[in-house]
Write a protein that binds this ligand. Structure first.
Ligand code: NOJ
Length: 943
């Protein structure tokens, strides 16, 4: 049974409380679900008017011309009018030079009869992007050419297209195929003029008439009303889609645009629907297809051996993206032709983007390296703030832990079986009738005490808070929102009434900052009764999920503030929910403590507020396998703090599968086991001992690497680089790895290829870097880079390697939770490269407050060169007192047993001899008890 079916059956069982009408609805919904395949609940492109209209555009017939006489050039931008020759509608094109090697291209109607939606600055973008000078270098009747540093933009006039060159190489072309379409707002032709319509200023009336006349020929069914299944979309403003093609000459591989259950390298969509971005609650989602899922980041990267570029489509409406592979037009790019000998074709990837409304607003990220594009995108939408340590440890979830005793017993069993965990989660059944911020008192009579029992061991509790509010007069969160006029409205202006877990529900209009402010107050300890500072929050169903809505979400003509419809901003609604939730949690400590929110729906910028998980996956091998490309794509798109439900949400995974899933999951940046209400209990201690022991080892590996994870999260906050990353990020010239998505890097120093196939006991691992070497993290066996090796991987083995040349700090003492490790000593694992050198960083602070932003942290660097290992502070602005010290150093790849090892402190005066042990088989040298504080400056010399 799917979660929705199960929930509906529960709802149906509660009929005594449900009115007759609701009962009828309940039964009919259950019947629909029983017979429906999930696919039928969701539109194909053919079933979506604007998708069909845009996809029907034929290349080479663009009606758009740039009106050179209208060109205006400023220091950082230029604007020019575009004319659609078919209907005489004029558009305004603006191009901005941006700092950090980016352009922004915006196209809007020159004089729209209704304001078109633009995402407010600060919501997806962190701020108004900083401008950079551009220079006009040519303007004639055919072309306008301008430059920004070593980049050049050639704008062709008829038909309008833009070719962007970086150091004379063509990298991105806009409207080169001529698929641009801009459906201007217009008046419905046959709509009779309203009797008492206010008199319009003369010009405006004329404009509307012209618009109506001009578009007569463009009329198509679906433009003014569209029906899907039993749902009719009233489309009060008519057609409003915007679309354009973007080509990447010289590029075969494109990535990004999560969320899809698909490979990391995006596929051509010639024989499928386009990739769809429309936040939806898709239960039991299908794999390897371009259907929409819960979140959307309209960001795509193109990568080849020479460079990486990207585009960010800043539009929150439903969006589809077609992808095809092509060859570049050598006649247009003569520079490319210069390099091509004989008949060699230049590969090119063509993409076609179209959204149901809004404006065309494209950020062009010119790289040229992978880390450059990530930083560029981070400059636009921000990075994930350093999470508190507990949140990157292990989370134990289930729908549902039944009551306080259940929570107590799960907690005790984790201790009994020596399994580390940090956070236990409560799903919707913990509430009183699915009224969030309340407790089912018979099951959870003393929530504060329950939380306290967890917090003494440094553990936390998560409760779920969904955005739908039960429409019940006694429920103050709902009545408060209703009375304040904060609820989303239906097309007639009444509070939208849809069906979700509690039955009849309404949704706060989170797009309104005043509503978000109100929501944040709900998390204060005085308002959220039974909560404590150790309670953190999970936002689910925030696409939003509406069981009786079209495609299980809001009707598109639902009204938000300022007269905008859900159609205009659907994909960003979920971001506003978790943004306000996080703000509420931060306020509880007056902004002192970091906090944690998990969200299912997301948009570009969500990374600033919340972690993301990949929703309702299935406990099957295929879902374990696809979780890797899914989390890779999320990481590429800035959503670094992400993971999939370990074990799979639906169904009962067999022991081998769940064991392998933990071995994979311990590498997801967000690590949580979760299971559906209907599944068998599967906490690790319930599994056969053999499996539990293996899972314990996997969890201990995660915990021992927390100092490395924490350092990576700190670095990612600074530079926006993905933590869980594909190999091409670090090996950008190695074509072999461009599509590899069954193995990955954690930062630069760890390579992993967890087993995701049933019954597998060995696997081929590709070790990247022709000059690199890699060490098995358990046996220290060495592998040369640039080759594929078959390695043994019995059930208790995860193929994981540390890069030669890296130093990774670990904490090896097993503990019950991460906070109990705060003061534990470090072990440095020094893996030497072929030259006998290594280097690594360690970031640390108090692990939970924002004091690091006031300079209370340490950023250390360790280097090993010429038999000297030294530690120094590489960021003098950071100062932090800690008792953490170095207990052990293991130097891997060390050739012989040394005679003498000594340590000197900073002044070089005190020299102390250190104990050591050499393992000649492993070639590992263990140095015992250097006994130095982690903040000390020292050098260890090996003779
Ligand atoms: C759907 C979520 O995806 C799932 O994780 C959760 O358990 C159920 N809703 C119930 O809240």
């Amino acid at each position: 049974m799917t979660d929705r079916k199960m929930a509906m059956s529960i709802q149906c069982a509660l009929i005594s409380q449900i009115k007759m009408l609701q009962l009828l609805f309940c039964l009919s919904y259950f019947v629909i679900l029983s017979s429906a395949v999930s696919r039928e609940n969701f539109k194909t492109c053919e079933q979506s008017g604007f998708c069909k209209r845009n996809r029907a555009m034929q290349p080479g017939q663009s009606p758009y011309i740039a009106l050179v006489d209208s060109l205006q050039v400023q220091a950082n931008s230029l604007n020019i009018q575009l004319l659609n020759k078919n209907n005489n509608v004029r558009l305004k094109l603006e191009v901005f030079g941006l700092q950090d090697n980016m352009f922004r291209v915006k196209i809007n109607e020159l004089s729209p009869i209704k304001e078109r939606y633009e995402i407010p600055v600060g919501d997806s973008l962190i701020e108004e992007p900083k401008l950079h000078n551009i220079n006009l270098s040519q303007k004639d009747k055919d072309k306008v050419v301008f430059t920004m540093d070593s980049n050049k933009v050639v704008m062709s006039v008829e038909p309008f297209r833009m070719d962007i060159y970086s150091n004379e190489d063509p990298v991105i072309s806009i409207n080169a195929q001529g698929l641009m379409k801009f459906e201007h707002y217009r008046k419905k032709e046959e709509a009779p003029p309203a009797e008492n319509e206010e008199e319009k200023p003369e010009g405006e009336e004329k404009k509307e008439e012209e618009n109506a006349a001009e578009t007569k020929t463009e009329e198509e069914p679906d433009m003014w009303e569209e029906t899907f299944k039993t749902f009719t979309d009233s489309k009060p403003h008519g057609p409003s889609s915007v679309g354009i093609d973007v080509s990447f000459p010289g590029f075969e591989d494109v990535y990004g645009i999560p969320e899809h259950a698909d490979t990391m390298a995006l596929k051509t969509t010639k024989t499928t629907d386009p990739y769809r971005l429309f936040n939806l609650d898709v239960f039991e989602y299908e794999l390897y297809n371009p259907m929409a899922l819960y979140g959307a980041v309209p960001l795509m990267y193109a990568h080849n051996e020479m460079r990486t570029v990207g585009i960010f489509w800043h539009n929150a409406a439903e969006t589809w993206i077609d992808i095809s592979s092509n060859t570049a037009d050598k006649s247009v790019f003569s520079h490319i032709a210069d390099f091509v000998k004989g008949n060699n074709e230049i590969p090119q990837t063509d993409t076609h983007w179209f959204s149901e409304s809004g404006v065309i607003d494209i950020f062009i990220l010119l790289g040229p390296t992978p880390s450059n594009v990530f930083k560029q995108y981070a400059r636009l939408t921000g990075t994930t703030p350093l999470p508190p340590l507990y949140s990157i440890a292990y989370h134990q979830c289930r729908w549902n832990y039944n009551d306080q005793d259940d929570v107590k017993s799960v907690d005790a069993n984790f201790d009994k079986y020596d399994l580390p965990y940090d956070v236990i989660w409560l799903d919707i059944e913990h509430t009183d009738g699915k009224k969030y911020f309340t407790w089912a008192h018979e099951k959870f009579p003393h929530p504060e005490e329950m939380i306290k029992n967890l917090s003494v061991k440094g553990r936390k509790l998560v409760t779920i808070v969904d955005p739908h509010l039960k429409r019940e007069d006694g429920y103050s969160v709902y009545t408060d929102a209703r009375d304040k006029g904060y609820l989303v409205k239906n097309k007639d202006g009444n509070d939208y009434d849809g069906w979700c877990w509690p039955g009849s529900s309404s949704w706060p209009d989170f797009t309104n900052a005043e509503v978000r402010e109100w929501w944040t107050g709900k998390f204060s300890l005085s308002e959220y009764k039974g909560s404590t500072p150790d309670l953190i929050v999970w936002n689910d169903m925030n696409e939003p999920s509406v069981f009786n809505g079209p495609e299980i979400t809001f009707h598109k003509d639902v009204k938000h503030m300022n007269g905008f419809e859900n159609r205009d901003l659907h994909n960003i609604y979920g971001l506003y929910v978790h943004q306000a939730t996080m703000e509420g949690l931060l306020r509880r400590s007056g902004g002192k403590e970091r906090s944690f929110v998990l969200t299912r729906a997301f948009f570009a910028g969500s990374q600033r507020h919340s972690a993301v998980w990949t929703g309702d996956n299935i406990g099957e091998w295929s879902h374990l396998k696809v979780s890797i490309p899914m989390v890779l794509s999320l990481n590429l798109a800035g959503i670094t703090f992400s993971g999939a439900d370990v074990g799979g949400f639906f169904k009962n995974p067999e022991h081998e599968l769940i064991t392998r899933w933990y071995q994979t999951g311990v590498f997801y940046p967000f690590l949580r086991a979760h299971a559906h209400l209907d599944t068998k209990r599967r906490e690790p201690y319930l599994l056969p001992e053999e499996h539990m022991n293996i899972i314990r080892e996997a969890l201990r590996l995660r915990y021992s690497l927390l100092p490395y994870w924490y350092t990576l999260f700190y670095q990612a906050e600074q530079d926006g680089l993905p933590i869980f990353r594909p190999l091409w990020v670090d090996y950008p010239k190695n074509k072999e790895v461009f599509r590899m998505d069954d193995q990955f890097l954690l930062g630069s120093s760890i390579l992993a290829k967890p087993i995701t196939d049933q019954g597998t006991t060995n696997t081929n691992v590709y070790f990247p870097g022709r000059h690199d070497i890699w060490y098995d993290i358990e046996t220290y066996e060495v592998y040369d880079g640039g080759v594929t090796k078959n390695v043994a991987a019995p059930l208790d083995k995860i193929p994981v390697y540390q890069k030669g040349g890296s130093i990774i700090p670990r904490k090896l003492r097993p503990r019950r939770s991460s906070s109990l490790m705060y003061q534990d000593p470090f072990t440095l694992i020094v893996c030497l490269d072929q030259q006998g050198s290594a280097k690594g960083e360690l970031y640390l602070d108090d692990y939970h407050t924002f004091q690091y932003r006031n300079g209370e942290y340490l950023l250390r660097e360790f280097t090993f060169n010429n038999n000297n290992l030294s530690s120094k502070n590489i960021d003098p602005t950071g100062q932090f007192n800690t008792r953490e010290w170095i207990e052990k150093i293991i130097i891997v790849g060390y050739p012989k047993n040394p005679l003498n090892i000594s340590i000197k402190n900073f002044s070089g005066e005190n020299s102390k001899r250190l104990d050591h042990k050499y393992n000649s088989e492993e070639k590992s040298l263990t140095i015992r008890k250097p006994g130095v504080n982690i903040a000390d400056v020292w050098t260890i010399t090996i003779e």
